[in-house]
Design a binder for this molecule. Sequence first.
Ligand code: ADP
Ligand code: ZN
Length: 761
Amino acid sequence: MKQQKGLFGDDSTPWEQDDAQTGLVASVVMPTGPEQPFDYLVPDEMVGEILPGRRVYVPLGRSNRRVMAYCVAIERKEYGSRKLKYVLGALDQQTLLSSHMLKMTQWLAEYYLASWGQVLEAVIPAAVRGNAGTREVTLLSVPSEVAARLASIKLSEKQQKVMVTLAAASKPMTPGDLAEKCGCTQAPISTLRKKKLIQSEVRRVSHAHFDDLDIEREPAKTLSETQQSALKVIFDQVRAPEPKPILLHGVTGSGKTEVYIQAIQHVIDQGKQAIVLVPEISLTPQTKQRFASRFDRIAVLHSHMSDVERHWQWKRIASGIVNVVVGARSAVFAPTPQLGMIVLDEEHDTSFKQDSMPRYHAREVAAKRAEYEKVPLILGTATPSLETFYHAQQGHYELISMPNRIGNRPLPAVRTVDMRYDKTASFRGAISRQLYQSMKRTLEQDGQIILLLNRRGHSTHIQCPKCGEVVACPHCELPLTHHITDGSTVCHYCDYRSTVPTVCPQPTCRYSGIRFSGIGTQKLEQEVRAKFGSYPIIRMDSDTMRKPGSHEAALERFRNREVKILVGTQMIAKGLDFPNVTLVGVINADTALHFPDVRAGERTFQLITQVAGRTGRGDLGGEVLVQTLSPDSPAIEAATRHDYALFAEHELPARRDFQMTPFAHMVRIIARGPKQTAVELFMQEVAAQIAQFAEQRSAEIWLQGPAPAPIEKLRGNYRFHLLLHSEDRHVMRAAVLHCREKIAVPDDVLWVADVDPIDMM
Ligand code: ADP
Ligand code: ZN
């Protein structure tokens, strides 16, 4: 094949072989379909328009179907004797991803076993890809050389008027505006455009605008000594050429947020931006408030945002005007041009892991992004995940400890109530005698109370006492929960709803005395109303907090003390700071303790510690009562003593013995399908292939399963899972890819691999 001399003639070198062509080559990845990048040539006239981080159109396949793809690299290079096709055009006029971000998405795809194209689609919001809230307009103007000789051009009267009006205009005009101003039709304008006396340009304009948050300003606090030394460690990392992530391990109320704020101020003073990641922004209105009261130009990203606003915020952030981005998980992808710091608050929170493809963990992604952009990452929490704690122990992360509360306020006293013995006669319900008495005392002293119960609904168990039939979801075979507010029974896994049965649904039984037992937040609310009816109470769970803004409204009523008792699920355990809360009651500490999950103990410890941290934040002190059937469980015991070290000392050796995270990497493979045997056989094949693969490579991959998943059936699909553990994540990745290649998947079976899984159900 002949070299394309002339096109890029200056680049051809004398020693090139005859068939070695050189050209400007764009590598592109497609959002769906083939996973590997493809090379295309960039036509001369598109140089400078086709750039990495933009979307382009390319011809694909024999039919040269026009498809959209992401340009991920541009390089002038030899491409041998390959016949490359040409890029058809650019879709974006602006770059959507910086080179750092491109690199990070490539890493993310590799690490989480996703396709690069799929990751790109996840990283750039649909609102941005679809240009929500903008439209294309044609703008007309008179070229300057035409304007200069305008008097000498022969034109009709109407055309003359159009030309003079447009030439005199201070900025380009749309055809519509121009016609209106001249009182003419589009005809003379079209003629002039054809004659090239008027030039046109298509531009995308935004018709959206949103106001900045209007929140009262607060001054910086004078830092305590502990806070000052924490800040110093952070500044050292800001200056470091290759900053290390920092674990800020501080008890609840130790003043971590103030440290983040002052660290961020330092970064902004250098003209850079910061990203603050929080568990779920709509659940933590106080966090938003605290940042908004301290910084100009912050962007709060949340799930209730419209597409138009999301696009608008994205562009503001990309322009560099925004100082601080506050948001949940996906804000880790915010397009800050000059990133200076990432803060991830409540780093242990499970909502940082995405439960659909790509199944990334914002903490890991943040660590990678921080590494590429050479900025510090601050991970803050009172209860570090064992992964992060272990990294710090190993010296991979800097560790800052803030073991005391601000002003040396004591941590609240935590007592367990042993429910095994509390079944004393005449005291019925979910609230024990001790808790009842503490509540009574608290209310008499005008304190406020938080009651945590991590199950929503009324009765969690509906059973026929005659035949034993448990009322279950027809699609999941899991027990239905009775919701009293709308008189329905609901499957908490698939949201199947039906009316409450009045008789046993078993056709042969039909007994009318069906029994409702087990307690959810609705029943707890009723019990509290029955016992403390004169005190205003509010319930917060995903049933009562459906409407956007309802969370803020409820918390406001609690803040201004109109409401005395707050009952809710784990959504009330996070980040609330109300000094008048002097009692916290945990109705059942064991809900998560007996899950078949390596992190069951860790979750329990975290939840109790976090909710206990909601009290004793003011001068009034605070107390916590934890009702449990397992008071001797190490997780519960450590939580009652506020003793993270005790918890870690107990938990880490067990994890080490069983080769569990953080000592080994884990991949969970889940398959599902309507036919149980098909799914099971498929999973056996996966397990066999992986075992064989590991043996061939003399690699150690430890397999657990395949076995039916704890949720065996969901929405009519049977589910099986298989856990892989290994110290070598690369070999596990290779093993999964090997399965993808080798195993023919039956039509009705779907399978996914979840890297570093959190959800074990
Ligand atoms: P954490 O984030 O560790 O739970 P916070 O940052 O919420 O702790 O701090 C707890 C309380 O102490 C808040 O009400 C906060 O305003 C206050 N606070 C934090 N730092 C200081 C300080 N240096 N001086 C006075 N009050 C402070
Ligand atoms: Zn169901």
